[in-house]
Design a protein around this ligand. Structure first.
Ligand SMILES: Cc1cc2nc3c(=O)[nH]c(=O)nc-3n(C[C@H](O)[C@H](O)[C@H](O)COP(=O)(O)OP(=O)(O)OC[C@H]3O[C@@H](n4cnc5c(N)ncnc54)[C@H](O)[C@@H]3O)c2cc1C
Length: 382
């Protein structure tokens, strides 16, 4: 297979996209060799592997931050068939291992600001981004009564007694307004904008990142759970989530049990009812008994849901990483040739909530590769 990319002048593109990789050849290396071309006047050829929310937003941030580059997104699945498409899309961050709270808060704030601007624009409908108000409720008072993200969302306050009367099993709650980012609209919206700015999107499964050498100068790995194989990262594992997508247009407020296991998230045309968190479960088929359980738990919180119709089941595998999100430069090497890879994956339960913030960070790492400091230290959170 040969790839022809728009605006490319490099003869390297005429070479077939093949290559043999031996796992043992992976190594962290100096930057010198791989930057001889990156410092030339040719546009830098960047491949982004993955077309979920992480891949598409990374491509967008790279296109804004890195001058004179051509970007190709390569993925075996795209919207509506990615994990991101199953996400409820609520902006409520999850804590990641090894990630300091200030960093996590910055990722969340950047994502919130980015999506809030979209929600306030005429693009909001097409992008599937809107404000939503509601309650997070607890059966006992949580250790952290005011979460770290309280001043990022809008109008955060403790629930009043009158509000809590709606939930007789719960004693405490948060009321706030946040954003909902609906991937089945947001991803095609991002794709359209990327294509409009000259980004090429290819459907293809990558067996090994080295395949992308020498057709690309820098690779960004946004393959989510696929990184278990592509980056040989045994820290990656699935946390299965099953949800119901129902029609209940009278439900306008979100309700989230503080455990995060039961939730009711109204969107533009449907309401998402959840959920499950099944660690290590790879099964993508819906389980009817689990669906009945979700429905009855949600009806216990919002009895009017008994009247919901058009119930559809969805399953997604959250891309969890034991060591937290991986944002790191790695140099693959083989026979004296090198390929810089920026890893950007492992967003688990909260990828939509932080995607723009981590994409900006990934784009800065790409920029670091391209601008070629001569002897930088690769960042590691392994
Ligand atoms: C039920 C459920 C509810 C959720 N709710 C929320 C929520 O309310 N808020 C929130 O913030 N998060 C939520 N999430 C989490 C969120 O969905 C994820 O964190 C996020 O989608 C991860 O995005 P990603 O782009 O890394 O992965 P993905 O969407 O899985 O994308 C990975 C991409 O990589 C490609 N790929 C993988 N391997 C290869 C390969 N070898 N070759 C080529 N391409 C490859 C895939 O085809 C795909 O395009 C939820 C998840 C689930 C399952």
């Amino acid at each position: 297979m040969q790839l022809k990319l728009p605006g490319m002048v490099s003869t390297a593109l005429d070479q077939p996209l093949t290559g043999k990789t031996s796992v043992g050849a992976r190594a962290f290396c100096g930057f010198q060799d791989c930057f001889s071309r990156l410092r030339s006047m040719d546009p830098v050829r960047i491949a982004v592997v993955g077309a979920g929310v992480v891949g598409l937003s990374t491509a967008m941030c790279v296109s804004k931050l890195v001058p004179r580059c051509s970007i190709t997104i390569i993925s075996d699945k795209s919207s509506p068939d990615t994990t991101s498409d199953v996400a409820a899309g609520m902006l409520i961050p999850h804590v990641y291992p090894n990630t300091p709270i200030p960093t996590l808060k910055q990722w969340f704030q950047e994502t919130f600001d980015h999506l809030f601007a979209i929600a306030n624009s005429a693009e909001a409908g097409d992008a599937g981004v809107h404000l939503v108000s509601g309650w997070q409720i607890f059966q006992s008072i949580p250790a952290e009564e005011v979460p770290f993200w309280a001043d990022v969302v809008l109008g955060f306050r403790k629930m009043t007694k009158a509000e809590l009367k709606k939930f007789p099993q719960h004693v405490f709650g948060h009321a706030f307004t946040t954003l909902k980012c609906e991937s089945p609209a947001y991803l095609p919206w991002l794709e359209k904008r990327l294509k409009g700015s000259g980004v090429l999107i290819l459907t293809r499964r990558i067996g090994d990142l080295w395949e992308l050498h020498p057709s690309f100068d820098v690779v960004v790995n946004c393959s989510g759970l696929g990184s278990r194989q592509l980056a040989q990262d045994s820290e990656m594992f699935p946390v299965r989530g099953q949800v119901l997508n129902v029609r209940a247009p009278w439900v306008k407020h979100f309700i989230r049990d503080g455990s995060g296991l039961t939730y009711i998230y109204p969107g533009t045309s449907n309401v998402i009812l959840g959920g499950t968190r099944q660690q290590g479960d790879w099964n993508l088929s819906p389980d009817a008994e689990i669906s009945r359980g979700i429905f009855s738990r949600c009806c216990a919180l919002e009895p009017s849901l008994q009247g919901a119709c058009d119930i559809r089941e969805k399953v997604g595998l959250r891309p969890f990483r034991r060591a937290g999100v991986r944002l790191q430069i790695e140099f693959l090497a083989q026979d004296g040739r090198r390929l810089p890879v920026v890893h950007h994956y492992g967003h688990g339960s909260g990828g939509i909530s932080v995607h723009w913030g981590t994409a900006l960070e990934a784009a800065r790492l790409v920029s670091e590769c391209v601008q070629a400091p001569r002897t930088p230290t690769p960042k590691s959170n392994l």
